[in-house]
Design a protein. Structure first.
Length: 266
């Protein structure tokens, strides 16, 4: 009886491992499409489609003024969508910042399925699109939000940007996977790793790390570790009560404004 129980348990566990390996990206990525409320938009923008691959065009919003010196390239997080980030884009506009916010493959109705390498390619194509518009990397601020922090870190290892902003960053998706599935050998199973912590020593651009100490999704210690391991110049904003999505209050806006002013001097 005991042997049968052990055998059945082993078969069940191995079947679970196989299932999780095959369908892991369905658990990892959560694309959504939401309707945009035009009454909440306080900025002028163009909806553009950026070619990432032959059959993949990234729905994006672009807001630009010749009077603004810096351009934010915004990478939204998981379960994110352009319309859900309007409250942040409004503040970028108030701070006299240009911005390009892209939606990933598989998100916002785009073709394709998200993967680590696929999202890296999407982000790189967005940089190239801005460069074709005459915007140099030295004037681009990469802004990664949650999932997007891993992509911002990867891009920052391959070029010198005006600055990098990481909002609610994780150390790696392996570390995140271990939190949610401690009973699985995540280090072996995980396909998309986003090893941000291991890449920080290759980044020389100024970094601002934003992480709420009350984050219930990505634990604060991960953001703190990212900050600790980052090269100088580096800055941080760690409010006590913020959860996963940063509250764009006056303290937050002052932090962003100070960071932009600081990197503009360099």
């Amino acid at each position: 009886m005991l042997k049968s129980f052990i055998l059945l348990s082993l078969i069940f566990y191995l079947s679970l491992l196989l299932f999780m390996y095959i369908f892991q990206r369905a658990f990892m990525y959560h694309p959504k499409v939401r309707n945009t409320d035009p009454t909440t938009v306080k900025f002028k923008y163009h909806e553009v489609y950026i070619n990432s691959e032959t059959d993949i065009k990234l729905r994006s919003w672009y807001s630009y003024s010749d009077q603004n010196k810096k351009t934010i390239l915004f990478f939204h997080g998981n379960a994110g969508e352009l319309g859900a980030r309007i409250y942040k884009l409004n503040k970028f506009n108030d701070l006299n910042l240009n911005f390009l916010i892209i939606s990933w493959r598989g998100f916002s109705g785009n073709n394709g399925k998200p993967t680590e390498q696929g999202l890296y390619k999407d982000a790189q194509k967005a940089v190239e699109w801005l460069e074709e518009k005459g915007i140099n990397k030295k004037d681009i601020i990469l802004y990664g939000e949650s999932l997007g922090t891993g992509i911002a870190v990867e891009l920052a290892t391959k070029g010198e940007y005006s600055g990098i902003i990481l909002e609610s960053p994780y150390t790696s998706m392996i570390d995140m996977g271990k939190r949610f599935y401690p009973f699985l050998p995540i280090s072996i199973l995980q396909k998309d790793k986003y090893n941000s912590l291991k890449k920080l020593n290759m980044i020389t651009s100024p970094i601002l790390v934003l992480h709420g100490k009350s984050d219930t999704l990505v634990p604060f210690y991960m953001g703190k570790k990212i900050y600790d391991e980052a090269n100088e110049p580096k800055y941080y904003y760690f409010p006590d009560l913020d959860n996963h999505m940063m509250t764009y209050d006056q303290n937050m806006l002052k932090t962003l404004s100070n960071f932009v002013n600081e990197i503009s001097k360099q």
